[in-house]
Write a protein that binds this ligand. Sequence first.
Ligand SMILES: [Zn+2]
Length: 237
Amino acid sequence: MTISKVEPAQPLTAGFVSNHTRMVTVVEYTSLRKCVKCHELKEASEFYPRPGGRYLTAECKECMKKRSRNRVPVDRKVSTVPSETDVIAELHKQGIPALPGKALGQQWADVIAYGAVLIEVKSAKRHYRGSYNFGFTPSQRAGKLRGDLVVLVCKHDDGNTFHVFYANNPVFYGDDGKLKTGIAWTPNAKHKGRFISLTDEMMYHAQDNWDLVEDHLTKICARLTMGYQLPIRLIAA
Ligand SMILES: [Zn+2]
């Protein structure tokens, strides 16, 4: 019997009892390994090594090949998130070239305009209490908004409205400087409760304010002209 050098192998006959004495339990190891997909016991050579080479994949080669044959190719130029697709369409209407972040290898950026301006998209339907609630994820809260701009998409029954903000707009941040867990807009709210942070005035001013995209591009160009060393993800701070 051989012991797999690559990973502790499956005990094929775990609990095997020696012929000589029933008191001693001998566990025999083999190089056979069970595939988590087809559940067949196969030789270690039937598995690919993982990056680093110390371990083997959980699925056998055959199962992995089968999976990649059946994989539907993803079109990275098309977002799978409807609100992102809507924002991209809206930018195109303004004559601004835009793509989903992942089309440019920026997985966490929802939309990138001019190949440089990073845009986060948040969308909300009207809550039954009349508000539009935009939530931020815990990972966004941990590291601020990573986009340059935030587009809030309000989904109305008869279509969307788009509200464009700078990501560092104080309205998104609490007194401690941290990103809020979320932000709400209640149109025509008569009583400004403590949870209303987006006012009608702010939202109407920000509506279709796509000029901010050009504005930020200009800032990027200015920094480039001044000879800033650009990090790989361009200027986002
Ligand atoms: Zn398999």
